[in-house]
Design a protein around this ligand. Sequence first.
Ligand code: ZN
Length: 327
Amino acid sequence: MYRSVAAFSQLMKLLCLIVLISFIFQPIGRAIAASAAANNACKHKGALGVSRVLEIDVSQGGQFGRAQFDNTLPLNPGEVVLTFDDGPLPHVTNKILRALARHCAKATFFAVGKMALDAPDVMKRIAAAGHSIGTHTHSHPRDLRHHYNDYSRYQIERGFLEVASSAGRPISAFFRYPGLHDEPKLNDYLTQRKIANFSVDIIPGDTDGLSPARIISRTLSQLKRRGKGIILLHDIKPATARAMPRLLAALKARGYKLVHITSSQPFRPVAIEKLATKYGGLHHKNPKTIIGGKSYRQLYAEVDRKIRARQRKLFRVSKRKKWHKRR
Ligand SMILES: [Zn+2]
């Protein structure tokens, strides 16, 4: 009897040790596998690739980018993050996606809700390629500081719902203000909603009608000065799409490392029925606009329900696993 108890306790100790070791080494193993996958997966010669994945803890919101905030991403010297705003616009975004694929590069797209609704195929392509998807409001008002806060909140929430619905899956809890015009109360709102608030570090100015050559030279000269940072580009500008193959090659040639940012948890929708009722028609020619046989209002409610149901399912499967690794 005594021997069997001793053997049992030995066995339990061994089991505990195995569990402990697997807990300690699992994340390390995953990190090694992820970095090896990032480095080895690309078969294209001279590709920029992804040097590492940086998971952003959105539980406290967070503000990133020196153009607006005191804080930016914890990047090492020579590390860059590629971001694209204002799209998707099929003929431009698709071209950018091809250039990124050629370099096995991963970017973050801050999509505009109504643009996303118009181009669900492109949104699904962005998601399928493994890029991160954030949002940039529903309709890109020039400056949210000039609006009532509940209208701005509506713009933010609706943008997320539309982009997620269009992508057909939960998206990152990443937001960027139109025109980079942030507002203190809305910043608090984003924090409370566990949404990371993204600004930028490098602004090539591709919205200023620059040629591809100028977009590249301005990106490189700013990077040379700052040494690293979040780069702001726009996937609605044909010149940006034309610049991408050479820009990615230039980043590689100069030894810059691409970092892919991901969200620690997806955006979690809240019902916006009340705000939608209040503002649904305000900035639309026809508040009863029908998309695919459904009114905007029906669409929000449906999107909200679908995403909530999907997220409930995802979180039921395993709370430990990271949502974006299960895609
Ligand atoms: Zn914008």
